[in-house]
Design a binder for this molecule. Structure first.
Ligand SMILES: C[S@@+](CC[C@H](N)C(=O)[O-])C[C@H]1O[C@@H](n2cnc3c(N)ncnc32)[C@H](O)[C@@H]1O
Length: 295
């Protein structure tokens, strides 16, 4: 069993404990934190120590558990000064190794695709439509370190018109779900998302209603993640990016198999009916997404 110290006894570090213990079979020997008021206290019934005390423990890895990537890098620098080897330090927020188990197939796949794009020398930028709090964008940013990443979102949730349109499609799976009945995806902001990015210099934020927010884009793409949940924006996303997609590039659509979001599959069907190109479609093993390739 691996022994780890979680650096960060805040909400994130506290919440990741159960998953680490149950799914990854690690033993958390201590929490470390820079907040002196927490020292001597407990988190998940485990002692909270000062960073200087770390070396008194036997451990295999230190897992930095903070949301903000820049803060994580500051902690990494602090740990280096304490003579802790880099290979023992893991940023939990962007680590595939310790991610929630249900997320691993999708992000493992995107990681592999990022490597493949680079090996095959496929040109182009990358994009995500439907960013919300940046929890998939930060991985795309990490796995395509040399590519410009466009991030499209209202950063204020669904557009009322898109929801009205979706309701008119008459699918009770959607109409009776939280997506139709409650305002969703509003608790975010551009600043909050940017803080999570490992390579913020690669990011181009496109805040506003998609596809209007894309009207000035004059670029080509090797990978696009479409995650806007509803028929109209997903169909618009396919139409906009397909003609800008490089050969062997991929558009990944999240929620194709989501029981409450049938508009996504309908958008793909509508797109396929009109598109004259050969589209290669495949599942990626995460039970929810579909990948479309341009041959
Ligand atoms: C499911 S969330 C995205 C989740 C994110 N990809 C993740 O994995 O954490 C869907 C997002 O799509 C955005 N969205 C939906 N329709 C949109 C539109 N027409 N224009 C811009 N953003 C839209 C919403 O604001 C919301 O943040």
């Amino acid at each position: 069993m691996k022994r780890v110290i979680i650096f960060g006894a805040g909400k994130f570090g506290k919440n990741r404990y159960k998953c680490l213990k149950d799914k990854y079979d690690v033993e958390v020997v201590a929490y470390a934190d820079n907040d002196s008021e927490k020292w001597g206290g407990r988190c998940n019934d485990i002692c909270i120590i000062a960073p200087e005390e770390i070396q008194q423990f036997e451990y295999d890895e230190i897992l930095i558990a903070v949301i903000d990537f820049e803060v994580s890098e500051e902690i990494r620098a602090e740990l280096r000064k304490l003579n802790i080897l880099d290979e023992k330090i893991v940023d939990l927020a962007t680590s595939v190794k310790y991610m929630d188990i249900y997320m691993e197939p999708r992000f493992g796949w995107i990681q592999d695709f990022g490597k493949w794009v680079s090996e095959q020398k496929i040109k182009g930028s990358v994009a995500e439509c439907g960013v919300y709090r940046g929890d998939s964008a930060k991985f795309i940013n990490k796995f395509f370190p040399d590519r410009k990443l466009y991030l499209f979102d209202t950063f204020e949730g669904f557009s009322e018109d898109d929801v009205k349109f979706e309701k008119c499609l008459g699918n009770s799976e959607f109409n009776d779900s939280k997506f139709a009945l409650e305002p969703v995806f509003r608790n975010t902001s551009v600043g909050y998302v940017l803080k999570k990015m490992p390579f913020p210099e690669n990011i181009c934020i496109k805040k506003g209603y998609f596809p209007e927010s894309a009207c000035e884009i004059n670029d080509r793409f090797c990978f696009v993640n479409l995650d806007m949940d509803l028929y109209a924006p997903m169909l618009n996303g396919l139409q906009f990016f397909w003609e800008r997609l490089e050969t062997n590039g991929c558009i990944l659509l999240h929620d194709y198999f989501h029981p409450n979001l049938p508009g996504v599959k309908k958008a793909v069907e509508a797109f396929e009916q009109k598109c004259t190109d050969k589209i290669f479609k495949t599942v990626i093993g995460d039970r929810v997404s579909i990948a479309l390739f341009k041959g």
